[in-house]
Write a protein that binds this ligand. Structure first.
Ligand code: NAD
Ligand code: DAU
Length: 356
């Protein structure tokens, strides 16, 4: 297969590209604008492979997309490109509307026009796989419920509203134009190559630097954590095995309170990095409760029964094994860390945490 992957230089996209190049014979065209979140260093393990190619392209650029489809002739599209950080969507929603809604629209149109030029088996086998989030369902405050594929959409943040919009566009392009889509909604990912504006890498790296560990509100919010390589495996299975028009929730069965996640990281660091920065007795002493995120969703939790039953997918990592691997990865990859912590990242930290 020839697979056009958008956002392949990001956290999850790069895991998907690595998974496909390392475990299949498929060809990949990675289409990524390289925003602050895109990092080609995350693809060093595979970027010399002859089945891998890269194009620095904005998914809002329809003319460029048409050229890429014409030249590459993909059998499938896996759409991961997005603005993905909730806090950034609160301080500046414009890029989220542009990339997540308009960009998805342009990619759908480019896919539809290309798909209409196909015939026979190539046309019927074509897939457009939209990668989305459990945040479209809103939160599960005060209930024992889980998100099902049928849970009504109720997004809370500019980010989740933009992702919900993109999901609706994808489903409409299927129903109205017959574009053969599949759609997945996943819970919080963590693992190697995670950009350090997100909770888990931020806490690991701040602790190692002796900086405060910012916990929003009271830290009682719950997320359902999935190791990124488990997600990459699930996505490939859905793209290659799911029936056209299906949607799947993907989750890790790993519900954790934020404060417990932060404490678990501190405990692991006590063991794996016992030489603490000067003046720090215990990593946990760095925990600092800061102003809560506006509109903060209290709890997310996925029911992943459907993907288990239909496609025989279950996560391989528990939170315990995955978190240990992740902390060790950051300890072993200080070069990658140093490079992403340059210019733009510093500006974000100053803006986000100055008055916290
Ligand atoms: P990320 O922010 O790490 O990476 C996004 C990538 O998209 C970057 O490489 C960036 O350069 C690229 N990009 C951004 N705007 C673009 C544009 N206009 N044109 C082309 N490329 C562009 O994101 P991630 O965490 O890897 O998430 C990937 C996808 O998975 C997103 O759609 C996100 O909504 C979804 N998702 C993420 C999580 C999570 O926990 N991170 C969970 C569920 C779903
Ligand atoms: O649920 C899937 C979503 O998970 C994805 O769609 C998003 O792209 C991804 O970024 C993630 O969103 P969250 O907002 O849940 O992730 P984040 O790592 O930003 O925050 C996790 C939790 O930790 C959340 O409740 C907010 C809290 N938090 C976050 C930061 C950055 C803190 O308490 N302190 C912090 O400094």
């Amino acid at each position: 297969m020839k697979i056009l992957i958008t956002g392949g230089a990001g956290f999850i996209g790069s895991a998907v590209v690595r998974h496909i190049i390392q475990n299949t014979n498929n060809e990949v065209l990675n289409v990524d604008k390289l925003t602050y979140a895109g990092n080609l260093e995350s693809l060093k393990e595979v970027d010399q492979n002859e089945r891998y190619q890269f194009s620095q392209t904005d998914i809002c650029d329809r003319i460029a997309l048409d050229e890429l489809f014409k030249d590459f002739q993909p059998d499938a599209v896996m759409h991961l490109a997005a603005e993905s950080h909730v806090d950034r969507s609160i301080s500046g929603p414009a890029d989220f509307i542009e990339t997540n809604i308009i960009g998805t629209y342009q990619l759908l149109e480019a896919s539809r026009y290309y798909w209409n030029t196909l015939a026979g088996e190539k046309k019927s086998a074509f897939r457009f796989h939209h990668i989305s989030t459990d945040e479209v369902y809103g939160d599960l405050e005060g209930t024992e419920d889980l998100f099902l594929e049928t849970t009504p959409y109720a997004p809370s943040s500019p980010y989740s509203a933009s992702k919900a919009s993109s999901d609706h566009l994808v489903c409409a392009w299927h129903r109205t134009y017959g574009l053969p889509i599949v759609l997945t909604n996943c819970s919080n990912n963590y693992g190697p190559y995670h950009f350090p504006e997100k909770l888990i890498p931020l806490v690991i790296l701040n602790a190692l630097a002796g900086k405060s560990l910012p916990v929003y509100g009271n830290g009682a919010q719950i997320r359902d954590w999935l190791y990124v390589e488990d997600h990459a495996r699930a996505l490939y299975k859905v793209m290659t095995e799911a029936k056209v028009g299906e949607t799947y929730n993907i989750g890790g069965h790993n519900e954790q309170k934020n404060i417990d996640v932060v404490k678990s990281i501190c405990e692991l660091l006590e063991e794996l990095a016992p030489n603490k920065p000067e003046g720090i007795a215990q990593y946990q002493d760095l925990i600092t409760y800061v102003t809560d995120r506006p509109g903060h969703d209290l709890r997310y939790a996925i029911d992943a029964t459907k993907i288990k039953q239909d496609l025989n997918w279950v996560p391989e990592e528990t939170f315990k094994t995955g978190l240990r691997k992740t902390v060790q990865w950051y300890l072993d990859h200080q070069d990658w860390v140093r490079n992403v912590q340059s210019g733009e990242y510093q500006n974000w930290v100053i803006q986000q945490y100055a008055n916290a």
